[in-house]
Design a protein around this ligand. Sequence first.
Ligand SMILES: [Zn+2]
Length: 109
Amino acid sequence: MNVKIKLKTDDPIIVTTGKDAGTKSKVVKLDRSGGKAICENVNVYKKHMKPNQFNPDGGIVDKSMPLDLSNIAYYCEKCSKGVKLGYKVLESGKKVRFCRSCGEIIDKD
Ligand SMILES: [Zn+2]
């Protein structure tokens, strides 16, 4: 898979398709080679744990499953929607990401 991934960890995102469509979240972990991202409190499944010696009663654990990157988009506060990102090089030579809808530069520092 050779997808150019513009998202980074901690980026705000919005889910665009699937059962969590419209949910705003942020990227917790990126799986670049697999083209997936784990996002906070999105695509959560209850995982039933069998009782074992460490957890004698068993129980249910919430687990965020990875989302396909094609199902999420960067969430631009200014646009209040999921947007596509572009790259540009500033006069300083720094390469930054920007919102393709409103032009807002995302990587400010
Ligand atoms: Zn924007």
